[in-house]
Design a protein around this ligand. Structure first.
Ligand code: E4P
Length: 223
């Protein structure tokens, strides 16, 4: 089970890579545009912060030749281990095939259907990224579709993993994982929500109070 951060915000990445067990960071042009920063300095800094954790960077071209050129540039500047995110359209599938032939890591993105996932897996993608909330918005049963992808890859011995994305609440995240998605990429807000509510705080506060009543402000290592 892998958790990735779906953000290009440096401060958030610094904080949450330290706090949580994070597999890596995913980005897309929209996420990067929110930072209002220069592209390469931002990504270089993110790479520095996350070290050998995964960095997924999306290509922006609309034809496979230019996608490959962008990918080569990304790998040169950010490392050959960078996951190249490629939209799962016809030109993208062709780019994925070439990228895999040159040994690149590939994440197939903008995935809404099992058939797209199948095409990406056959092109050798390491991950496919189905968009949970965006599928829900289309009245698609995202949980079922993601479960189908997992089963399809398993039935055909495909090593491709499902990296579910586009979440708006924690139920969606847990649904994706419950049906077998191997990875999820989640905003920092949602990740924080996973372990934050008044009932948890109440329980922890009770333990704290009982400890202080008995041992004052001493820590275990001071007793
Ligand atoms: C990640 O790979 C996707 O690009 C991202 O999760 C999409 O999320 P959104 O639907 O919130 O834009």
């Amino acid at each position: 089970m892998e958790i990735l951060l779906d953000t290009a915000n440096l401060e958030q990445i610094k904080k949450y890579v330290e706090l949580y067990e994070i597999t890596g960071v995913t980005s897309n042009p929209t996420i990067i545009s929110k930072e209002k920063a220069e592209f390469w300095p931002l990504l270089t800094e993110i790479k520095k912060v996350i070290g050998d954790k995964q960095l997924h960077v999306q290509v922006t071209a609309d034809n496979w030749q230019d996608m490959l050129k962008e990918a080569e540039c990304i790998r040169e500047k950010l490392g050959a281990d960078t996951y190249i995110k490629v939209p799962t359209i016809e030109q993208g599938i062709c780019a994925m095939k070439h990228l895999k032939a040159m040994g690149a890591n590939v994440t197939a993105t903008a995935v809404y259907t099992t058939q797209q996932a199948m095409m990406a897996a056959c092109a050798g993608a390491d991950y496919v990224a189905p968009y949970f909330n965006r599928m829900n918005n289309l009245n698609v049963d995202s949980k079922k579709v993601i479960g189908d992808m997992v089963n399809l890859f398993r039935a055909h011995n495909k090593p491709t993993k499902v990296l579910a994305a586009s979440f708006k609440n924690t139920e969606q995240v847990m649904d994706a994982l419950t049906v077998g998605a191997q990875a999820v990429t989640v905003s920092v807000n949602l990740l924080t929500t996973m372990v934050q509510n008044a009932i948890i705080d109440f329980a922890v506060e009770g333990f704290r109070k009982d400890w202080i009543d008995t041992y004052g402000d001493k820590r275990i290592y001071e007793l």
